[in-house]
Structure formats: structure tokens, C-alpha cells
Design a protein around this ligand. Structure first.
Ligand code: FEO
Ligand code: CA
Ligand code: CA
Ligand code: CA
Length: 622
């Protein structure tokens, strides 16, 4: 039984200043601790974290994965039938791995060392999802190691392809001529959850795992549209695991880019790739109900100049019959958004249309021979959206639905390649990003039209003091709350909007005064935004989920101390990261070493979950 919350409380915490440094900063009166860093044991037979990255592939399959991203807290139920706020299943995505730390340095070898199949398996096992039983004991959150609920799902876990595209010729491979049984989920970025208590993990940059060792470029137009590389990949799986060589298995990549439904309450359940939701580089997804109780799922495709989608189920949700809802995501209509300027161009508000991606009902797609049937529309979702004239957006990342009004908010993180602007994407070479929101006609999530406006145009009034310059941001951006690249986004059940960033942490030039990646809280009514948290150097802040009482929030610190990204510290000239680690394993960040909740040496920086609460036990943010 969810606890009802008052709507739209006011922000009630003291903002924290922007900054750099290797620790977490939270507001006065708040506390935090770190749990479940990469490599933590989950099962009775899990090896302990070794600290020198010497774990094998088999070891990694028994430990928490790497690069924590989207997650959801599924509360356990107490004896009184109410949802608990101090015990539940934390279900978490693991997006990728940082090879520069991921393997033990080997003398005489250059990064990432002599290449073996076990190293491929270790990387595959660091991806996917962890189901982690967590509990607060005497004020401290603990992972319940050995709990029967704990589970690892990774890059080789068998799962089913379901829905309209299942079994299609484009999904068939030599290992699976049925086109229905896939191995693994990869690049698990953002997430969603269903009204019937299951978890949705979203497959984002799957293209980066596919390459070829052959000399010829055999990529199809479909592979090119989804960004598969003509050469080898930085993951190097295609060298030793041939399903990742697109010249040998042309359809394997079509089995990724889906949203996968996982039942976290049944460790023996088979995850399902729901093809009705379309195939893109899924960031996250957000579920709500239409006026007549069809399930509606909003989704972003995170690529510069790609699109925003929604799915409306054919069947209706029945709250009284959870089993009947189990396959609602297998049949329905898929739409892509067009954002129009409306009555006034340049005012950052307008109207929009949902364009149906249907081989029969959409005349453009019906006439287009490049889609043989609806299954091909779903497998080639981006190409179908191109054909119907959807609006090219500034990298659609997370989407979230207001808990009572149904208004939808979506982050557009940045777009360095934008050359032509429109009302919804009003800046060329957009370095800061924006948050767009829309209201469906009649308040019905299944409506075919909507009104939209920009909730915030992120920007930097420190670097651009002229407030008529769009790079200074909208009026709710100040020198005190300036940030760039909004990415993670979630409404708490009490109607406050939490914003997480994944952008430049240089704190110089156009990013002066913005500090490290951070988390902010916004009032959707007044549009006020306050900085709530600053992360450690090199990280992004991502993943967000609340306990039912909104007194505890879980977030993820991803790739702390990253040394391969645009903001990374660089090894000395002539040396690789491997050289530096061999010579001096303490040379780089080892966050969360010495953070609250962590004992013992880390040896490596580790993505980890941060749990935050108020010292007085109150509701967060107010
Ligand atoms: Fe995986 Fe778009 O972030
Ligand atoms: Ca993201
Ligand atoms: Ca991002
Ligand atoms: Ca990321």
C-alpha cells in the first residue's frame, strides 16, 4: 500500500556550493553512507573484493557489477501489509567497465594486457543487473550477503525476445535459429519499473560491443544508423567471442537495444526483451496509465539528434489482477514525438504530435519497402522515426512523470553537433542542455497531441553574464545553481524533481563555477532549483530511487576518477595507465576509500551506491 504524500512541498534545505574534490558533499543536516561498490560479494560463495583487479570471470559473476547506473528500490512488505522503508530489493544496472582499472596490470604488457577469453568473460559479467537485498540495521544500510533474493544478470544470461519482432529473420543467429532466445543484456543505462512490481533495464550503447576482425566493412545501413564501428572495438570481445563480430553474426547486434523486463522477486525467472517498445539506444523509461487504464511508457534515445518515444499498450491494466498485467508490454502502439514551435517561434514553448510507427496505419511506412512488416519497423525504429519526420533532439536522456499531474519531464543533456535550432532545441553547439516538459491533451497519457515548454535551459551566467545570451541559461539558472548536462531525472513521490548531471567537471572556461557533477532538486511549480549534492572527481551522478516514505534516497556514483573520459586526469607522457598502476597503485583516485560506510583499502576507484538521509529522520528536500 503506497503511502499518500502531500503534493508539491517547498524546497527546504541549504544549497551546497559547486566544487571539485574527491568526496561527496551533501546539505547541512544530511548524512550519507556508501554501499555495494563494484566487486562487492553478493552470495555465500562470492569472493571478497581483492583490490588489485585480479578477479577472474567466474569471480565477477558472483560480485556486484561495474558502473552502477539506473536502479529501483522495491520495498519488502511488513507484517501489517504496508511497504517497508528500511528493507527491500535494490535492483541496479551496470552500464560498462573501465578497462584502465578493470584488469590487474601485467609487467611487460600494455593496457589492457595479454588478451584472453576469461578477460572477455569478466567484462561481460561486470555488465547487466544486480538484485541486492538491502536492509537498515541500527541506522546503517547493509547488503544482505547470501540472501536468497540476490541475483546477478549479466552479458551471458539467457533471456527471451518477446512481442511482435520475436522470431523475426533479422533476430535469428547461428546459435539461435528461432530468433527468440538471446544471451545477455549490455550497456544497461537508465531504468524503469512497472505497476506490477517488475524492473525494466534499458540497453543503450550496444553498438560499442560489435566490431569485426575481418578486413572488409560488411555493415548494413541499419548497423550504420545505430553506430556500429567499421573496425575493432575498445572492448575487444569480437576477437575471442565471435557473436560480437558482425561480419560473422550479422544479426547478433539486432538482439540488443531493447528494454528488458526482469521479475526481481523470482530469482529463477527469465528476463524478457520487450520488442514492442522499439529498438533504440534506450536511456531510461517511465510508466504511467492513460485515462482508460492502458499502460503508457515514455522513452528517450540518447544520441545527438535522435528522438523521444512513447508506447501505449493494447491491453488495459488491472490493479486487482497482477498476473493479467504480466505481458502488457508485448502488444501496443509505438509513437515518436514531433515538437512544433506553436503560435510564437522562439518562446521555448509550443505544441507537439505523437506520430504512429505502424507499418499498416502509417501511410509513409506502408509505402516504404525498407520495412517489410511491423517487426522490421520495431527492429529499425530509428529509421522508421527518420521516415515520419520526428523532431531531432539534443540527446534525450531520462524521462519522469509527475506523480499526480501526469506532466512529463525529460532531460536533453547537450548536443555539440547541433547546427540548426528549433524552439525545443534553441542553441547551436549546445554545451549545457535543457529539461523539456509536456502536458498531454486532456491530461490523457494516450493522447496524440500535447503542449510543451522548457522547464530549464541550463547555462552558465558566470561564464556568460549577459542574460540575453542563451548560453547563460533560463531565469531559474543563477551563479549559485549553475550546472551542465542534466541526465538522471526523477520525481520523488512527494512531487519534487531531482536532477543529476553527467557533463564537464573541468570547472574552467565555459564551465567555470559549475564544479564536479552534481545533483539538484527543483520545485516544478516555482521552477526554483537548488544544488543538493556534489560528487567526487571524475564521476557522474546517476540512478535515483526513494524509499516509500521519501526519507531515504539511493543514488549512484558512476566512474569515479575516470581516466578515459574528456575530463580525466592523464598519465604522464609516454606512460599508459597500466604503467602508472604497476609503478604506483595509489596514483589515482580510489573513491570511495574512507567514505562513510566503507572500511579497508579500495585499490581502485569503484562505482558505488550512496544512501542519503536527514539527520532528524525527516522527508528529503523539504
Ligand atoms: Fe548511459 Fe545516456 O547515459
Ligand atoms: Ca545517462
Ligand atoms: Ca549522459
Ligand atoms: Ca554513464
Amino acid at each position: 500500500t503506497p503511502t499518500p504524500m502531500p503534493t508539491t512541498p517547498k524546497l527546504g534545505f541549504t544549497a551546497v556550493p559547486a566544487g571539485s574534490g574527491n568526496s561527496i558533499v551533501v546539505p547541512q543536516g544530511y548524512r550519507y553512507q556508501v554501499i555495494a561498490p563494484w566487486g562487492s560479494p553478493l552470495f555465500g560463495n562470492s569472493p571478497a573484493w581483492k583490490g588489485d583487479s585480479s578477479e577472474t570471470g567466474a569471480d565477477q559473476a558472483l560480485q556486484v557489477g561495474d558502473n552502477h547506473d539506473g536502479m529501483h528500490f522495491f520495498p519488502l512488505t511488513g507484517a501489517d501489509g504496508k511497504e517497508l522503508s528500511d528493507e527491500g530489493l535494490l535492483v541496479m544496472n551496470h552500464e560498462y567497465c573501465n578497462y584502465e582499472y578493470f584488469y590487474k596490470p601485467e609487467a611487460g604488457q600494455t593496457y589492457p594486457n595479454a588478451w584472453t577469453l576469461d578477460k572477455v568473460r569478466k567484462a561481460q559479467h561486470a555488465h547487466g543487473v544486480s538484485v541486492i537485498h538491502v536492509k537498515r540495521v541500527s541506522g546503517e544500510w547493509q547488503v544482505q550477503v547470501g540472501s536468497a533474493h540476490n541475483r546477478r544478470i549479466h552479458g551471458n544470461t539467457p533471456m527471451l525476445l518477446t512481442g511482435p519482432a520475436a522470431g523475426h529473420a533479422l533476430l535469428q543467429t547461428s546459435a539461435d535459429p528461432t530468433g527468440t532466445v538471446a544471451l545477455g543484456t549490455l550497456n544497461n543505462c537508465g531504468n524503469g519499473w512497472t505497476l506490477w512490481g517488475t524492473y525494466l533495464t534499458c540497453e543503450e550503447n550496444f553498438n560499442s560491443y560489435f566490431g569485426t576482425t575481418s578486413a572488409t566493412d560488411t555493415r548494413s545501413a541499419l548497423m550504420k544508423r545505430y553506430g556500429l564501428s567499421a573496425k575493432g572495438t575498445s572492448y575487444r570481445w569480437e576477437e575471442l567471442d565471435k557473436r560480437f563480430d558482425y561480419a560473422q553474426e550479422a544479426n547478433e547486434s539486432n538482439r540488443f537495444g531493447w528494454i528488458v523486463e526482469i521479475d526481481p522477486w523470482d530469482v529463477s525467472s527469465t528476463p524478457k526483451k520487450r520488442t514492442a517498445l522499439g529498438r533504440v539506444k534506450h536511456e531510461n523509461c517511465a510508466m504511467t496509465l492513460s485515462a482508460d487504464r492502458h499502460v503508457v511508457v515514455y522513452m528517450g534515445d540518447d544520441q545527438a539528434n535522435d528522438y523521444v518515444y512513447k508506447f501505449v499498450s493494447a491491453g488495459q491494466y488491472d490493479a486487482a489482477n497482477p498476473q493479467a498485467n504480466r505481458n502488457l508490454l508485448d502488444s501496443g502502439k509505438l509513437y515518436v514525438a514531433r515538437f512544433d514551435a506553436g503560435a510564437v517561434a522562439g518562446d521555448m514553448m509550443g505544441v507537439g504530435q505523437w506520430l504512429l510507427l505502424d507499418k499498416t496505419a502509417n501511410a509513409t511506412l506502408a509505402a516504404d519497402a525498407s520495412f517489410a512488416d511491423q517487426a522490421e519497423v520495431l527492429i529499425k525504429t530509428r529509421l522508421a522515426a527518420d521516415a515520419v519526420g520526428a523532431t531531432k533532439m539534443d540527446r534525450p536522456e531520462w524521462v519522469t512523470v509527475h506523480p499526480t499531474t501526469g506532466e512529463v519531464y525529460l532531460t536533453l543533456t547537450n548536443n555539440s553537433s547541433r547546427t540548426v535550432t528549433d524552439d525545443a532545441n534553441p542553441r547551436v553547439s549546445n554545451a549545457f542542455g535543457q529539461i523539456i516538459r509536456w502536458r498531454e491533451t486532456g491530461g490523457d497519457a494516450a493522447a496524440l497531441a500535447f503542449e510543451w515548454d522548457l522547464f530549464v535551459l541550463a547555462g552558465n551566467p558566470v561564464a556568460y553574464p549577459d542574460r540575453t545570451d542563451l548560453r547563460s541559461g533560463s531565469a531559474n539558472v543563477t551563479a549559485d545553481n549553475t550546472f551542465n548536462s542534466p541526465d538522471g531525472l526523477a520525481f520523488a513521490p512527494n512531487g519534487l524533481l531531482w536532477i543529476e548531471t553527467d557533463g564537464s567537471n573541468s570547472n574552467t572556461g565555459i564551465n567555470q563555477g559549475q564544479g564536479n557533477n552534481q545533483m539538484l532538486v527543483a520545485d516544478p511549480v516555482s521552477k526554483e532549483i537548488r544544488r543538493f549534492l556534489v560528487g567526487p572527481d571524475g564521476c557522474e551522478i546517476t540512478g535515483i530511487t526513494f524509499t516509500p516514505d521519501v526519507k531515504t534516497v539511493f543514488i549512484n556514483v558512476q566512474h569515479p576518477g575516470e581516466v578515459s573520459g574528456p575530463n580525466a586526469p592523464v598519465p604522464p607522457a609516454g606512460q599508459t595507465v597500466n604503467d602508472v598502476l604497476l609503478a604506483n597503485p595509489t596514483a589515482f583516485s580510489k573513491w570511495p576509500e574512507a567514505a562513510p560506510g566503507i572500511t579497508g583499502p579500495m585499490g581502485r576507484p569503484r562505482s558505488a551506491t550512496v544512501v542519503i538521509w536527514k539527520e532528524d529522520g525527516g522527508v528529503l528536500g523539504v
